[in-house]
Design a protein around this ligand. Structure first.
Ligand code: UDP
Length: 240
């Protein structure tokens, strides 16, 4: 049941891959609508929601760097633009069911979105608007997980909720090892020392240094976003 919310302000990270659903197309509107409806229910309870979207469903810089003369920085800029496409799509889905949203991008795309302005983002959240952050950190060589950790710290989010295609963090790769076990709780240090592939070291370190717990959970099961947003036990909790 959606009783008492645990959080007041959350940062939801949605990976690009999760948006592609069964992978038939880059974006599955069923997924974006399901995200929108879950967020709608949550914002009505007064929880402030900021979203960072990935772009891996369209383009991932590291995959393309080197191809046809693309250097890493150039490839990463294309990757960041991919995140903006997801941000605009997600915004449209949310607004179609009446959720007020703003997209803020880390570099200017003035005709389409607001530039990232921290204090304005916080103001939007206080007014109950969902803020979607696009273009990652605005810098090549970073990831949207790092962008999520950075924005979470900047807006004083109490938690980072990382929505993925898997149930959480496993002790080994569940795609390779059928006996891989889901971990309910791991420390930041274990993630780094055991090399658990959940997010990059920069992102984990930022969360650790700013005392931001991370919940990793499966986006593909309807209701999970609500559970994570409500602070119910789900997926894997990463903290001290
Ligand atoms: N990217 C970047 N700087 C950032 C965030 C993202 O250069 O701060 C680029 C990078 O090329 C990355 C791509 O954008 O591969 C898409 O982001 P990411 O791979 O993090 O998306 P996700 O895995 O969440 O779908």
């Amino acid at each position: 049941s959606l009783a008492t919310p645990k959080w007041r302000r959350v940062l939801l990270k949605v990976s690009g891959e999760a948006l592609s659903g069964d992978g038939q197309q880059n974006i599955d509107p069923k997924i974006t609508m399901s995200i929108a409806t879950e967020i709608a229910a949550i914002t009505k309870l007064g929880i402030q929601v900021a979203v960072v979207v990935g772009g891996g469903n369209f383009f991932r810089g590291s995959t393309w760097a080197g191809a046809s003369g693309l250097d890493r920085a150039t490839a990463d800029y294309i990757g960041m633009m991919a995140t903006v496409m997801n941000a605009i799509f997600l915004q449209a889905s949310m607004e179609s069911i009446g959720i007020q949203t703003r997209v803020q991008t880390a570099f200017k795309i003035a005709e389409i979105a607001e530039p990232y302005i921290r204090r304005r983002a916080i103001r939007h959240l206080e007014k109950g608007r969902v803020v979607i952050f696009g273009a990652g950190t605005g810098n090549p060589f970073f990831t949207t997980d790092t962008a999520a950790a950075l924005r979470a710290a900047e807006i004083n989010a109490e938690v980072m909720l990382k929505a993925t295609n898997v149930d959480g963090v496993f002790d080994s790769d569940p795609k390779k090892n059928p006996n891989a076990a889901l971990l309910e709780h791991v420390s930041y240090r274990e993630v780094t020392s055991k090399g658990l592939s959940v997010m990059d070291a920069t992102a984990i370190t930022l969360c650790q240094e700013n005392y931001i717990p991370v919940v990793v959970f499966n986006l593909q099961k309807h209701g999970n976003i609500s559970k994570a947003l409500m602070g119910q036990r789900i997926g894997t909790l990463i903290d001290q």
